[in-house]
Design a binder for this molecule. Structure first.
Ligand SMILES: N[C@@H](CCC(=O)N[C@@H](CS)C(=O)NCC(=O)O)C(=O)O
Length: 354
């Protein structure tokens, strides 16, 4: 196993890797998949989007755009999922470490580049907000119907938080104001149902390309007996992009529009297969667990913030016991249609910007 443990003078490969992320964040999931695929040891810091921790001054000083994921490696700060993937790929080059980006002068390398370009540039934030704002665009969304108003309310609240923080921290006010402007623009754009319809229509064409490519891989698998992912037999950066996208579309209730029931059967097979892939299981798991994994840390953090003394002694035990109970009963507690499930989903999801 390649390690990046502890500070050392032996060079960047021995320096600690620290990832700031949020469990349901799309781009954080991509970064985590990459780190796990490369079998790198890293320290994780949960930055709660629902609790606006990403706009706290300490985090804005690491990444002035206030977005997760961020990877810190010694002096290096990588504030973008793709830069993180490229950075770890270039830095950790032992033969024992799987390659996510095959050399560009190989057929697999050219394919990976092509599909990364297409998939990494898809407007996933728009898909996510658009489907919450216009539930009629989806088929079987896990997002309850009252989410729309809630999302708008949450965005307004985030704007207030940004304004307040801008006045409290003049050194960061430019960054806060920029973020606030972006948020407003995004909301305006994603609120436009025709814009959203166009985006979802364009996605059909992209998925057609993917399907066609998977047909080729299927034929190659039959010829060689070696199972293939999107570009070759190895799970690459293009697979990170595709698998996280399919997972997000499923969560948004768009999967039935794009695959299954005879539509794009190779994408359907790919998604079924990738759900059994170890790194995918570890990072994304079953689509029904997305909410659960965001709920636990957020509840703990909220309780701790509001009344720190609650987090001591017997209270911790009581809280843990009830959370454990909820965990084992999560199928009904967090079931899509349950009252508690809906409220938890909404509070976590609508306030998580992507
Ligand atoms: N270009 C960045 C985008 C990162 C991004 O949009 N992160 C979202 C979560 S998936 C975020 O931090 N949203 C919070 C916000 O913008 O306030 C990347 O590729 O990593």
């Amino acid at each position: 196993m390649a390690t990046a443990e502890g500070e050392s003078e032996d060079g960047p490969r021995e320096t600690k890797l620290v990832l700031y992320h949020f469990v349901t964040s799309f781009y954080s999931q991509k970064a985590r998949l990459a780190l796990i695929e490369k079998r790198l040891k890293y320290e994780e810091h949960d930055v709660s989007l629902p609790l606006n921790e990403n706009t706290e001054p300490w985090f804005m000083r690491i990444n002035p755009s206030g977005e997760v994921p961020v990877l810190v490696h010694g002096e290096q700060i990588l504030a973008d999922a793709n830069s993180i993937i490229d950075y770890i790929e270039e830095t950790f080059t032992d033969d024992s470490v799987p390659r996510l980006v095959p050399p560009e002068d190989t057929r697999a390398g050219r394919r990976v580049r092509y599909f990364r370009e297409i998939l990494d540039n898809l407007p996933v934030a728009a898909y996510t907000h658009g489907c919450i704002l216009h539930p009629q665009l989806t088929a079987d969304s896990m997002i309850p119907s009252y989410a729309t108003a809630k999302l708008k309310g949450m965005i307004a609240q985030t704007e207030q938080t940004l304004q307040k923080r801008a006045s409290e921290h003049p050194d960061l006010s430019e960054a806060y104001m920029k973020k606030q402007k972006q948020l407003q623009q995004q909301l305006q754009q994603h609120d436009d149902i025709n814009y959203m319809k166009r985006l979802l229509h364009d996605l059909e064409e992209t998925l057609d390309f993917v399907e066609k490519e998977l047909v080729q891989r299927f034929k190659e698998t039959q010829e060689s007996g070696q199972q293939m992912w999107l570009c070759c037999e190895a799970f690459t950066a293009a697979d990170i992009a595709l698998s996280t996208l399919l997972h997000r579309l499923t969560f948004l209730g768009l999967s039935r529009r794009y695959w299954g029931n005879g539509i794009r059967p190779h994408i359907q097979n790919y998604y079924t297969r990738v759900q059994e892939h170890p790194s995918f299981k570890q990072v994304l798991g079953n689509v029904n667990n997305i909410l659960w994994s965001a709920v636990m840390p957020t509840i703990f953090r909220m309780v701790k913030r509001r009344s720190p003394h609650i987090m001591t002694g017997a209270s911790v035990l009581a809280l843990s016991a009830s959370l454990m109970y909820m965990y084992f009963k999560r199928k009904w507690v967090f079931a899509r249609g349950s009252w508690l499930g809906q409220r938890l989903v909404m509070n976590i999801w609508s306030s998580s910007n992507v």
